[in-house]
Write a protein that binds this ligand. Sequence first.
Ligand code: F6P
Length: 358
Amino acid sequence: MKIAINTGGGDAPGLNAAIRAATKAALKRGWEVVGILNGYGSMYSDQPFVNLTHERVHGITMQGGTILGAANRGNPFEMPVKQADGTYKAVDRSDELIERFKEHGIDALIAIGGDGSMRIAHRLSQKGIDVVGVPKTIDNDITGCEITLGFDTACMIATEAIDRISTTAESHQRVMIVEVMGRYAGWIALHSGLAASADVVLIPEIPFSMDSITKKIVEIQSYGREHMIVVAAEGATEKGRDHFVKGKQIGQAEQLGGLAEYLEKGIAERTGKETRSVVLGHQQRGGSPSTADRLISLRFGTEAVRLLEKGVKNHLVVMQQNELRQIPLSEVADSYKTVPLNSDTIMTARDLGKCLGD
Ligand code: F6P
C-alpha cells in the first residue's frame, strides 16, 4: 500500500502533528508514505513528492505550519494557467493529476484540509481516487465536525491578543476593534470574544446595525466606563449589505477584509470616542499548536489510516461528542458549518449582556 498526504488551503496549527500521526500509523502497517509538496499544484512539476519516513516526521508535533508546504492556488479543477496575453485562466487539470497518481503507484490519498479541500477531495473521489479527509481549519466551519484541527490554537491566540488590547484600551479610554478570522462563520470571534470579555461581538450569522453597537457603547458610558472592546469576525455583515471583500484571484476563495476600518470610522463618527482598529490576521494561524490541537491532530491522523486499512474511503474523519466518527465527503463538499443561533454559547453571550449587533 502506498499513500500520499496532502495539506490543502491555508495552514493551521496542528497540521504537522496530523502528518506525523498519519505517517507513523501507515509505516507501522508496512505502507509507503509520500507527502505532496506545496499542494496539488506541484503534481504538475518534476518534484511533486517527498518521502515521509520516521526520521522526516520526528519532532514536528509542536511545530506550526506544515512541513509539506501549503498553497491556496492548488485546485486541480481550476488551476490558474498563464495565457499568451499574460492573464490567467482557470483550467481543469484533474485528469493529469490522476495520471500522476497512477504513475507513482499511489493507492490512496489522505487529504488534510478545510471545506475547499474537501470539495476537491470529493471530486477526486468521484474520478476514482480513494480518499480519506482530515478536517483542518482555524475557522471550525466544516459541516458535521464539532471541532477542527487548528481552531483551539487560533482562539487561544485571539483571546490573548484581545486581552492585551484591552489593557491599552483602558489606558487610553478608547474603543478598540479587533477583527479576527473565520471566513463566513463566527466561531473564532464568538469564542475569543467571550473568553476575553469583549463588549460587542459581531459574527456573520447575526447581521449587525451601527445603531445597536452605538447603543451599547452609550450604555457602557452611562456606567462610567470609557473603554470598550468590539470583536468582529472578518465575515460579519451589516444588515442589508454584503461581506467586506479585499479581492479574489482565479482558483482561490475570496479574500475578506475591510470591516475593522469601516467600524472604526463609523463608531468614531457616531460616538465621538477615540477609536482604533486592529486586524489580527495570520498570527492566528501561526506558531505552535495548543495541547488540544496536538491531540486532536494526532487522533485524526491515525484514524485516517485506520479507516483506509478497514477499506473505508471517500469519507471525512470527524469529531462528534468527543468521539471519532466518519461522514461521506459528499455530505461536506457543498456546505459549511455556522454558529447555531440557538446554541448555548450564543445564549451565554446574551445572558452576559454582550451586544451581538442585532
Ligand atoms: O480559512 C482560513 C483562513 O485563515 C480564513 O480565516 C481567512 O479568511 C483566510 O484563510 C485567509 O486566507 P489567505 O491566507 O489566503 O489570506
